[in-house]
Design a protein around this ligand. Structure first.
Ligand code: FMN
Length: 223
């Protein structure tokens, strides 16, 4: 059971998001997961240049740490995205990773994996960012198991810190259990099927311009 976590805070594991993520990962490890964390504070991931190379050839034209992160996502059974709330959205570091996943998203290549999200905020608004990251994970093809959102001050008080980390650990354990059982989520089925169909239509429509993606869908017998 392999779990890949991506942390989008410039503060790394010492920051607020990193501490909540660590709680989730403790629960996942206890449930038997082998965990790898990619802290974007230590990685270089540039924004997407919209060159379409991934759609045309299956390879990104930018040379940085993204391919290593993508490979770790592909090799994982479970994925966790963790980001601070930056103005009602994810950090720019995390957004760069999401955008660079445009090719894999067209391929629906993460179908069957399980995923969860972690968000922390200074004041409020984590829910919106949790919903955004979970939606992104579903559009990649993952089943989303849940998310944990927190405000930084919850970590200062011993009582609320313990409660928060216990609930994060319980999400980590739930994620591993769902991945192990290959659990499906009927309430996600309609959105999932609609997005899969949308990507299939898109790739078929652009087959001349994006031969790699068309061939991927065709050779997988999905067209
Ligand atoms: C650029 C920037 C934008 C932020 N925007 C918000 C916001 O819209 N709402 C909020 O509640 N907190 C906001 N914050 C606060 C962070 O979300 C909060 O401190 C978070 O817990 C930091 O996590 P970290 O220590 O893992 O980096 C912002 C912080 C920064 C640096």
């Amino acid at each position: 059971m392999r779990l890949t976590a991506i942390l989008g805070s410039p503060h790394g594991m010492k920051g607020t998001t990193g501490q909540v993520l660590a709680g989730l990962l403790d629960g996942a490890r206890e449930a038997g997961a082998e965990v790898t964390v990619y802290s974007l504070s230590e990685k270089q991931v540039a924004p997407c240049r919209a060159c379409d190379a991934c759609h045309k050839t299956g390879k990104c034209s930018i040379q940085d740490d993204f391919p290593e992160i993508l490979l770790a996502m592909l090799n994982a059974d479970a994925i966790v995205l963790a980001s601070p709330n930056y103005i009602f959205s994810v950090s720019a570091q995390m957004k760069a990773v999401l955008d660079r996943c445009c090719g894999p998203l067209h391929l629906q290549i993460m179908e069957g994996k399980h995923a969860a999200a972690v968000v922390t905020s200074g004041g409020s608004g984590s829910e919106e960012v949790e919903a955004y990251m979970l939606r992104f994970l579903r559009t990649l093809g993952c089943w989303t198991v849940g998310s944990v959102g927190a405000e930084g001050r919850q970590l200062f008080d011993e009582d609320s810190r313990t409660k928060l980390l216990v609930s994060a650990a319980s999400l980590g354990a739930k994620l591993v259990a769902a991945a192990e059982a290959q659990q499906t989520f009927p309430d996600q089925q309609a959105e999932r099927a609609a997005f899969h169909e949308r990507m299939k239509q898109l790739v078929a429509f652009r087959r001349e311009e994006w031969p790699y993606e068309y061939e991927y869908w065709r050779s997988a017998g999905r067209l």
